[in-house]
Design a binder for this molecule. Sequence first.
Ligand code: ISJ
Length: 283
Amino acid sequence: MHHESRIRIGKINYTNVWPIYHYFPHERFGSRLEWIEQVPTGLNRAMLAGEVDMGAISSFAYAESHERYELYPELSVSALGNVNSLLLFHKKPLEELDGCTVMLPTTSATTVNLLKIVLHRFVGVTPHYVYAAPSLDTMMKHADAALLIGDDAIRASWSDHPYEVSDLGGLWKRYTGEWMTFAVWAVRKQTIEACPELVADVHESFLRSKVAGLQDPEPIVRKAQAEIGGTLEYWRGYFRNLSHDFGPDQRRGLSLYFRYAAEQGLLSEDAPLRIWTDNSVTR
Ligand SMILES: C=C(O[C@@H]1C=C(C(=O)O)C=C[C@H]1O)C(=O)O
């Protein structure tokens, strides 16, 4: 086995990706795969640095470096409307946040920019943004609003707090009517060239894992309750609400987000969605 045919796969360390990873057939690959678990911005950086070869990254991070990557079809973290784990906690209505301080989590790339689009383009306010570690109490000491993502947002939503809560997936749907894709499955072009067959095998295995997760979500639900807390019903609803598809609806919503991000100067240019297709010779 040469060095090239080993792949390092990123895994976001939030429950939202579990339905895709839970039933992954590790035994088929032996030592050919290595798993690297981090918060989204950690994986975004590691993919860019070539320390990770493929896996889930923020959709915004794909757009920033799209010429280096291709996207696995049919894999994403998406929603049409509320997500329940992308939450802005705020002390006053969104319309009154002009000039106020809004804290952004250092873990997120897609959702912080989605918030900037929603507040600037749709609500018409321009707050002052400050990045901080994802802790609701600490963030709110110095601010009028704080954004949290992933399991940090879920835990904070269960805590006893006095704030209004706005769901970023819900806001995006309210103003655009569209789906939003928060994470995509990117593969480095170098990796596709170096080991096309393994890249194809891994894609097929992720798709099988996803189908198994849809057919039998209960083990994932129980694991989430055991590790994070809450009720089984909460987690059933949470996973039902998410979509891990990346078809025409999700792609249309994501393309609109990229266009708005470029128009607002958050991206230097609009980004095409370059979808990987299986060109490996053995298939
Ligand atoms: C649904 C979520 O989507 C996420 C949000 C991301 C971001 O804002 O950059 C990246 C990956 C996903 O984990 C979530 O974190 O709850």
